[in-house]
Ligand binder design. Structure first.
Ligand code: SAM
Length: 243
């Protein structure tokens, strides 16, 4: 049946994604720096700047992994604020928690294992939600966006940082060459895991482009949705509000 088919497909993707992130967790930060030439730090900085986050607020860093965004938010919201790092994968959560503890990140951070499609938080709870390089790994993106909308406070905002569609054909060609040829080789060399980095390249190509993702956010209920292309559209930051 249609239903049966969908269920099987979802399970397969979830198992695949779980395998990938269990496998890359230990080398994740190193690979991020290598693969993006350190530029992911700028993309994340830009995300924080666009979030409008303030002292005392509640933030959800969804698919937060090793916690780069969480660490920055934690400093800004301060003692009266709260940051929840949520991720489906316990290996990534563990690496994240250990790293943040070593960095001396404040105890305003909590760690929750959760699936973006069914968030275990009350309605209207967070001022800011970010999902950084996470949405493309989620099986049912519409369900996940609806779940984020539900737990966001009225007046709150969602920021989706994700690979997107390069602005020009030349960049798109170069980028394809890079991600399908070089990236798996780097993954093999550094993390001894070419397969996971092949998945990464494929998942990037499959991910909805800027306009499509904007439409999906609007369908989930978000208002005033806009996006910024970063690094020629290799990455885009989408922002939407709940009113
Ligand atoms: N946000 C971090 C960053 O930007 O460095 C980590 C991004 S990492 C590429 C993607 C993360 O999404 C992984 O830690 C993975 O476990 C998590 N993830 C995948 N599917 C998920 C889901 N359905 N719900 C929550 N997290 C998920």
């Amino acid at each position: 049946t249609h239903f049966g088919y969908k269920t099987v497909a979802a399970t397969e993707k979830e198992t695949l994604v779980a395998g990938v992130f269990h496998s890359v967790a230990a080398k994740y930060d190193l690979m991020n720096d290598l693969m993006s030439f350190g530029i992911h730090r700028l993309w994340k900085r830009f995300t924080i700047d666009c979030s409008g986050v303030r002292k005392g607020q509640k933030v959800l860093d969804l698919a937060g992994g090793t916690g780069d965004l969480t660490a920055k938010f934690s400093r800004i919201v301060g003692e009266t604020g709260q940051v929840v790092l949520a991720d489906i994968n316990d290996s990534m959560l563990k690496v994240g928690r250990d790293k943040l503890r070593n960095l001396g990140v404040a105890n305003n951070v909590s760690y929750v294992q959760a699936n973006a499609e069914a968030l275990p938080f009350p309605d209207n709870h967070f001022d800011v939600i970010t999902i950084g390089f996470g949405l493309r790994n989620v099986t049912d993106k519409d369900k996940a966006l609806a779940s984020m909308f539900r737990v966001l406070k009225p007046g709150g905002r969602l920021l989706v940082l994700e690979f997107s569609k390069p602005e020009s054909e030349v960049i798109a060609k170069l980028y394809d060459l890079y991600s399908f040829k070089l990236l798996p080789k780097m993954g093999e060399l550094v993390a001894h895991d070419g397969e996971s980095y092949k998945y990464l390249a494929e998942s990037i190509r499959m991910h909805p482009d800027q306009q499509t993702l904007k439409g999906m956010m609007e369908n989930a209920g978000f208002d005033q949705v806009d996006f910024y292309n970063l690094t020629q559209g290799v990455v885009a930051l989408h922002r939407g509000y709940k009113f």
